[in-house]
Design a protein around this ligand. Structure first.
Ligand SMILES: Cc1cc2nc3c(=O)[nH]c(=O)nc-3n(C[C@H](O)[C@H](O)[C@H](O)COP(=O)(O)OP(=O)(O)OC[C@H]3O[C@@H](n4cnc5c(N)ncnc54)[C@H](O)[C@@H]3O)c2cc1C
Length: 447
C-alpha cells in the first residue's frame, strides 16, 4: 500500500516558522506554512519605521518570494483561530487543515499587564500597521503644534511618552529625540522641535534591565545627553487619552503615548492544552515538544524553556531561529527512521540595543561594548539578518543617507487622523491640587 506523504503544518512565518521552512528538508514531505500576513517582518527594525528612519517595505519581504524556490512548501494566507491537538487539526478561516507534525511559531503580542483599556491610548509596536500609525500620529502632532497659538496645547502636542525602558523603549526614545532635535529642527517655522519632550518611563530601577549594570548606566547617560527625560522606579498608574498618571499623583499630558513595556505569547497557546507561564508561553519539554504530544512543537516567543545554566531562553530572534532549526533536525531524523530527540541547547551570542546615532550598547560574552563600536556592530548584525538582498541595499542606503545628511527619508503622512485626536483631551489637574510634591517639569515655549 502506498504511504501518504507526511504533512507538516507550520503556524506563523516569523523568525521561528520561516527558519523552520528554510532549514527543513525531507523528500516527499508536504509543508503548509500559514500566516495572516503575506510578509515576513523584521521586527528589530520596526522602531525605525515608527520614527521615520525607514519605510515599511524596507523591513518586510513577501513570504512567497522568500520561499519561491521551495515548491514543496505551500503558503496560505489566513487567520488561525483554533488548534485541535486531539484530532490533529488547525482551523484557518473556518477550514480545517490536518497535520502529522505541527510547528507552532505564532510569536507574541503586546501586553498591558492587566490593563487592556490602556491600549487605545498607548499603542504598542508589534506590526507594520503599529509602526506606521505611530509615525503618522507623531508627525501629525508636530503639524498641529505648528498651527496652534495655544502654548499649552503646543507643549502637549510636542510631548512623546514612551512607557517601558527595555530595548524597544530605549530605541524609540533615542530615535524620537533625534527626530525632533536633528531632523525636524530645520523644517518648522513657528515651533522649535528641539523643545519637544521625550519622556521614558520605566518601572524598575534601571533601563535595559536584562543588560549588565554598566551598559544600563551608559544607555541612561547617553539618552539624557540626547535630551530624553528618564523616570525609573515609576510604575504608571493610569493611561487615558493624552494623559499618563503617575503614582505620586502627578500627570503628564502628551499627544503621543507609546507602550513598550510588556509582551505576552499569542493567545492561541491556550488552545494547545498544555501548561503555560504568566505570559502565556507554553512550558515545552527539553526537545521543544508539547507534553503528551510529541508531534507538536512550539518555537520562538510562544515557548518557555530554560537553557543548560537554568536561564530562561529570551524572546529574541536568534532564540526563535535556533529553536526552529532544532525542531527541523528532529523531524527530519524521525522521518528518516532515526527517532533521536536531543534537548534544545541555546547558544547565547549576546545582546545589543541601539540608542541613537553612533551610540549603542552590546554584550558579547564577557565583552561589554558601548558607543560607536557597539553601534557599528549593531548595524552589521541587523543588516546580515535582514531578509532579502534588495532590503539590505535599501536599508544600508537609508542609514548612510541619514548619517551624512541628518535627514530621514520616510516622513510622508498619508492619512492624518483628524478624528478624535484633533480635539484636546481634558487637561491634567495641576499636581499641587492633588497634593503632590513633584510637579511635572514645565517645558519652554515652542517659539
Ligand atoms: C519592536 C520589537 C523589537 C525587537 N527587537 C529585537 C532585536 O533587536 N533583537 C532580537 O533578537 N529580537 C528583537 N525582537 C524580538 C523578536 O522579533 C522576536 O523574538 C521574534 O520575532 C520571535 O519570533 P517568532 O517566530 O516566535 O514570532 P514572530 O516573529 O512574531 O512571528 C509570528 C508570526 O505569526 C503570525 N501570526 C500570529 N498570530 C496569527 C494568527 N492567529 N493567524 C495567522 N498568523 C498569525 C504573525 O503574523 C507573524 O508573522 C523585537 C520585537 C519587537 C516587537
Amino acid at each position: 500500500m502506498e504511504q501518504r506523504a507526511p504533512r507538516i503544518v507550520v503556524l506563523g512565518a516569523g523568525f521561528g516558522g520561516l527558519t523552520f521552512c528554510q532549514s527543513f528538508h525531507h523528500p516527499g514531505a508536504q509543508i503548509l506554512l500559514i500566516d495572516r500576513q503575506n510578509h515576513h517582518l523584521f521586527q528589530p527594525l520596526l522602531y525605525q519605521v515608527a520614527t521615520a528612519g525607514l519605510s515599511a517595505p524596507e523591513i518586510a519581504q513577501p513570504i512567497r518570494a522568500i520561499l519561491h524556490d521551495r515548491p514543496e512548501i505551500q503558503v496560505r494566507l489566513g487567520e488561525i483561530t483554533d488548534i485541535r491537538t486531539d484530532t490533529r487539526q488547525v482551523i484557518v478561516d473556518g477550514r480545517a487543515e490536518d497535520y502529522d507534525y505541527l510547528v507552532f511559531g505564532l510569536g507574541g503580542r503586546t501586553s498591558y499587564f492587566g490593563h487592556p483599556e490602556w491600549e487605545p491610548f498607548a499603542p504598542g509596536l508589534k506590526s507594520l500597521e503599529d509602526a506606521q500609525r505611530i509615525r503618522r500620529e507623531v508627525l501629525f502632532a508636530f503639524e498641529r503644534a505648528e498651527n496652534t497659538d495655544d502654548l499649552d496645547e503646543r507643549r502637549r502636542l510636542m510631548t512623546v511618552v514612551v512607557v517601558g525602558g527595555g530595548p524597544t523603549g530605549v530605541e524609540l526614545a533615542g530615535a524620537f529625540s533625534e527626530l525632533t532635535r536633528q531632523v525636524l529642527l530645520r523644517d518648522f517655522r513657528r515651533i522649535n522641535p528641539a523643545q519637544a519632550r521625550v519622556i521614558l518611563i520605566e518601572g524598575s530601577p534601571r533601563l535595559l534591565g536584562q543588560f549588565p549594570e554598566d551598559l544600563s548606566e551608559n544607555a541612561r547617560e547617553t539618552l539624557e545627553r540626547m535630551g530624553v527625560e528618564i523616570r525609573t522606579n515609576t510604575h504608571v498608574k493610569n493611561i487615558s487619552r493624552g494623559r499618563v498618571e503617575l503614582p505620586d499623583g502627578s500627570c503628564i499630558e502628551a499627544e503621543n503615548i507609546l507602550w513598550a513595556a510588556g509582551v505576552a505569547a499569542s493567545p492561541l497557546t491556550a488552545k494547545l492544552g498544555a501548561p503555560v507561564d504568566r505570559a502565556g508561553r507554553v512550558l515545552v519539554l527539553p526537545d521543544l515538544s508539547l507534553p503528551g504530544h510529541p508531534e507538536v512543537f512550539v518555537v520562538g516567543d510562544a515557548c518557555f524553556i530554560v537553557d543548560k545554566d537554568g536561564q530562561v531562553v529570551p524572546g529574541v530572534s536568534p532564540a526563535a531561529m535556533q529553536e526552529a532549526k532544532h525542531v527541523a533536525r528532529i523531524i527530519e531524523d524521525e522521518l528518516a527512521g532515526h527517532p533521536v530527540r536531543p534537548p534544545f541547547d541555546y547558544w547565547d551570542k549576546g545582546s545589543m540595543a541601539t540608542i541613537g546615532r553612533s551610540a549603542a550598547v552590546a554584550k558579547m560574552g564577557p565583552l561589554h561594548i558601548t558607543g560607536f563600536l557597539a553601534w557599528m556592530a549593531w548595524l552589521v548584525v541587523h543588516l546580515l539578518f535582514l531578509v532579502g538582498f534588495r532590503n539590505k541595499v535599501a536599508v544600508l542606503w537609508q542609514w548612510f543617507y541619514s548619517y551624512l545628511t541628518y535627514k530621514r527619508g520616510a516622513r510622508i503622512i498619508l492619512r492624518p487622523s483628524l478624528g478624535d485626536s484633533a480635539a484636546s483631551p481634558p487637561a491634567c489637574i495641576p499636581p499641587a491640587a492633588v497634593g503632590t510634591s513633584r510637579p511635572v517639569k514645565p517645558v519652554p515655549d515652542g517659539d
